[in-house]
Write a protein that binds this ligand. Structure first.
Ligand code: ATP
Ligand code: MG
Ligand code: MG
Ligand code: MG
Length: 470
């Protein structure tokens, strides 16, 4: 019998409990007392208080399942098999307790032991930092990983400016020849690490140095207290255990997709799959974010949420979902996740109202944008729309470039992608100049911080690339 997503999450926590870890309840998606982060984006982000010493944990071994939002991956959502804006990160942590040897063995045992995930060892690959001789030794001699499955790379070093950091080891899963149309095999892993065939599942970070980019890495001092920080995407683990074509083709998402299908004009097949996946991803993000106290607005976190919702609505149009529909999926998400997140149920009704209003408002915005566009088209004497207008439609009215282009071309008016890109770059430049402080926990989140500036949103220009929207 196949394990469910809920069972797999619980087994992860049970495994680490059996290894003496305290199970820390997942924290809110909204960071507490941390102005450098827009959303909690990793398990460790929620445990920062223990790692920086501002709070003392009841145990130096901790494990959690942490809700995370990463909007820097939004472009990838629906496009790759493995990226979400909302996902759960499973993690185990050592605060000055066990270190590299145990961390590697725990990960390996959990993934491969028949008692736990029982994954075929031959389908696992690992990467280690080139100079991390100990990690290499543990993987090969203790875990028995074949050296031909290990990639040594200088990329596996986790540091952000001055402060704690160190090498890491990532574990990859080979999804098989199906996902390797050119038949490149292991070369794909050794050349690119990550692709549709070799998927990163777990990242194990060995925080052992006091990093200082101004000196040579070989001269970094060892930290008196070494820490372990790991993160594994639940959805990726479930996809590999359930052998899903993508993370979306698992019991964590299919009920949302089926409920969408019941309202849509096209089935979950072929070219329509991407729209379904985007919607399923984004409705989880919006549902969890609202339940954790975020709201739609014109700046910061609320703005990110608004953009995510609008992206889902636009993809809904591709499926013939012309009327508000996202709000109807909220109870589906709550039912699906209530085992581990029972509190979602309390918010369903209120969240549905918020989402419905937001969907309706966006429909109106689209109409206003349409009026502006019609007006500009009638004024476009030289047969061309300026980059400023196209960008304004995109930035203020949520019109993807391709949509504006399509409508303009019907009237024989051209639009230039270069002019549009130039406007986009100007905005990015302004955002960059206004950018915020960095610290070692915020930096993982650097791209996400861009979202403080509305114009940094990078999702829309991809919306129509595989077909017409309206
Ligand atoms: P990727 O290279 O695939 O973007 P990452 O190296 O950025 O992942 P980490 O920061 O190492 O990811 O996070 C630890 C784990 O969390 C990853 O190994 C992966 O399983 C999961 N993860 C990270 N980003 C996402 C995402 N956007 N959607 C789903 N799972 C994710
Ligand atoms: Mg990433
Ligand atoms: Mg990676
Ligand atoms: Mg990683």
């Amino acid at each position: 019998k196949q394990l469910t997503g809920n069972q797999i999450r619980q087994m992860f926590l049970d495994y680490f409990k059996s290894k003496g870890h305290m199970i820390e309840p997942g924290a809110s998606l909204i960071p507490h007392n941390d102005p450098t982060l827009l959303w909690i984006n990793a398990g460790v982000a929620a445990l920062k208080k223990y790692f920086d010493g501002s709070e003392k944990p009841a145990s130096n071994r901790i494990a959690n399942a942490q809700k995370s939002i990463r909007t820097n991956d939004i472009e990838n959502v629906g496009r790759t098999a493995r990226h979400h804006t909302f996902f759960e990160m499973l993690g185990n942590f050592s605060i000055g307790d066990y270190f590299k040897d145990e961390a590697i063995q725990f990960a390996w045992e959990f993934l491969t032991s028949e008692e736990w995930m029982g994954i075929d060892k031959d389908r696992l690959y690992v990467s280690v930092y080139t100079d991390d001789a100990r990690a290499y030794e543990v993987w090969t001699t203790i875990c028995g990983v074949d050296p031909s499955h290990i990639l040594k790379t200088d990329d596996n070093f986790w540091e952000i400016g001055k402060g704690p950091g160190g090498p890491d080891s990532e574990i990859f899963f080979d999804r098989g020849e199906k996902y390797d149309p050119e038949g490149l095999g292991e070369k794909l892993f050794f050349d690119e690490m990550e692709n549709d065939r070799y998927v990163e599942v777990w990242n194990v970070v060995f925080s052992q140095y006091d990093c200082d980019p101004s000196i040579d890495r070989k001269d970094y001092k060892e930290l008196p207290q070494k820490n372990i920080d790991t993160g594994m995407g639940l959805e990726r683990l479930v996809a590999l255990v359930q052998d899903g074509e993508t993370n979306f083709d698992t019991d964590l998402f299919l009920p949302i997709i089926r409920a969408t299908e019941a309202m849509a004009k096209h089935p979950y097949e072929g070219e329509y799959k991407m729209a379904y996946r985007v919607i399923a991803d984004h409705v989880r993000t919006v549902t969890f974010a609202l339940s954790d106290g975020a709201n739609f607005s014109n700046s910061g976190r609320g703005y990110v949420l608004r953009r995510v919702l609008r992206r889902a609505v636009r993809y809904g149009l591709k499926l013939g979902l012309d009327e508000p529909f996202l709000y109807k999926l909220v109870p589906v998400v709550a039912d699906l996740m209530e085992d581990f997140y029972p509190y979602l149920q309390e918010h369903v009704e209120f969240n549905q109202k918020l989402i419905k209003v937001e969907e309706e408002t966006f429909k109106k915005t689209l109409k206003v944008g349409q009026a502006l566009l019609d007006d500009e088209i009638s004024k476009a004497k030289d047969g061309k729309l300026s980059g400023e207008v196209v960008f304004k439609l995109y930035d203020t009215y949520g019109f993807p470039f391709e949509l504006t282009q399509e409508i303009a071309e019907e009237s024989g008016i051209t639009v230039s992608h270069e002019d549009f890109d130039a406007q986009m770059n100007k905005q990015k430049e302004r955002a960059r100049n206004a950018r915020n402080v960095k610290d070692s926990f915020a930096s993982q989140n650097e791209e996400l911080m861009n979202f403080n500036e509305p114009s940094e949103f990078i999702g829309y220009d991809h919306l129509t690339c595989d077909g017409k929207i309206i």
